[in-house]
Design a protein around this ligand. Structure first.
Ligand code: PEP
Length: 249
């Protein structure tokens, strides 16, 4: 059966002292759900976050990586470097990477390949913009994002892929997709996977929802049959809020 996952994306927040303080707060919380819990500090704090969480069930994951193994890519971080500091899962394709750093489906396909070649798990993000939804194109946009970046993969690769549907209009806006909108899209995503890879693969892939998930709405969203967890931005910066979401399962 597929896993329930709640991952916190800290984005470009928290210096070293703040990272250590938030981790101390997280360690004081109790996981009372069956969800896998992950947090994604900024790259410079991955090593210390991992050290601080040693022996804890919370996994430290990365927000991004480059597709190359090494070389003249100033400012970038490779899969091998992430692994060398104990990071084995990476978020790819976040809408902020797509919007502010011009990451395309083609580039993301290369990043996904690099992550998988290094034995890393990928949380692959995608989602439509408000204009797409208003035009009734949300399924077409999501289908093309997934197909362009992932459908060159063999079925076996999906054991290391987690999908994160994040409608851009719901990220950091306080506006959440309704549980029904999330369920409809997640069911569509699973059907899209099943059409190409078969029901077994489609049923095994965790599909997270992201976009203004809070303690107050998590339980209803997570109760939907095709929603296997959440990618949490703002609410992951406070340990109590994040754990209220984790424990909503
Ligand atoms: C995100 O950035 O992935 C996200 C879901 O942010 P927020 O929860 O703040 O909307």
């Amino acid at each position: 059966m597929r896993k329930n996952i709640v991952a916190g994306n800290w984005k470009m927040n928290n210096d070293l002292a703040q990272t250590e303080a938030l981790i101390a707060d997280l360690k004081a919380q109790t996981i009372s759900s069956n969800a896998e819990v992950m947090v994604a500090p900024t790259a410079v704090n991955l090593f210390s976050a991992n050290a601080a969480l040693e022996g804890n069930a919370i996994e430290v994951i990365a927000q991004n990586m480059h597709f190359a193994e090494n070389g003249a890519y100033t400012g970038e971080v490779s899969a091998a470097m992430l692994k060398s500091v104990g990071v084995h899962t990476v978020i790819l394709g976040h809408s902020e990477r797509r919007e502010y750093f011009n990451e395309t489906d083609e580039l993301l396909a290369k990043k996904v390949d690099a992550a998988l070649a290094n034995g890393m798990r990928t949380i692959f993000c995608f989602g439509e913009e408000l204009a797409d939804r208003k035009a009734g194109k949300e399924e077409a946009v999501v289908e093309s994002q997934i197909k362009n970046a992932l459908f060159h993969l063999e079925a076996a690769a999906f054991k290391n892929i987690v999908l994160a549907y994040e409608p851009v209009w719901a990220i950091g806006t306080g506006e959440t997709a309704s549980p029904e909108q999330a369920q409809d899209m997640h069911a569509f995503i699973r059907k899209t996977l099943a059409n190409t890879y078969g029901a077994e693969v489609a049923d095994s892939v965790s599909i997270l929802y992201g976009g203004s998930v809070k303690p107050a709405n998590a339980q209803e969203i997570f109760s939907k049959p095709d929603v296997d967890g959440g990618l949490i931005g703002g609410a992951s910066l406070k340990a109590a809020d994040f754990f209220a979401i984790v424990n909503a399962f």
